[in-house]
Ligand binder design. Sequence first.
Ligand SMILES: [Zn+2]
Length: 67
Amino acid sequence: MVTNTPTVDITAEEAELLISLEEDLIAYGKTDVKCPRCDGNIIVSDFGSSYTIGCENDCVKVGFRGI
Ligand SMILES: [Zn+2]
């Protein structure tokens, strides 16, 4: 579930893409899907009680609240 306002402006399509990758990223820690903007890797940044999924170069990202 998305609870944070992204710190960067992303489109609804980009948000949907990142959200769709959440399951794989949490389960496997990686995905083959690349950033739609710069072709960089999509990574998870864990902040303990919350985490973000986004481009390694910070051009797209979305925040999640942990369980
Ligand atoms: Zn990028």
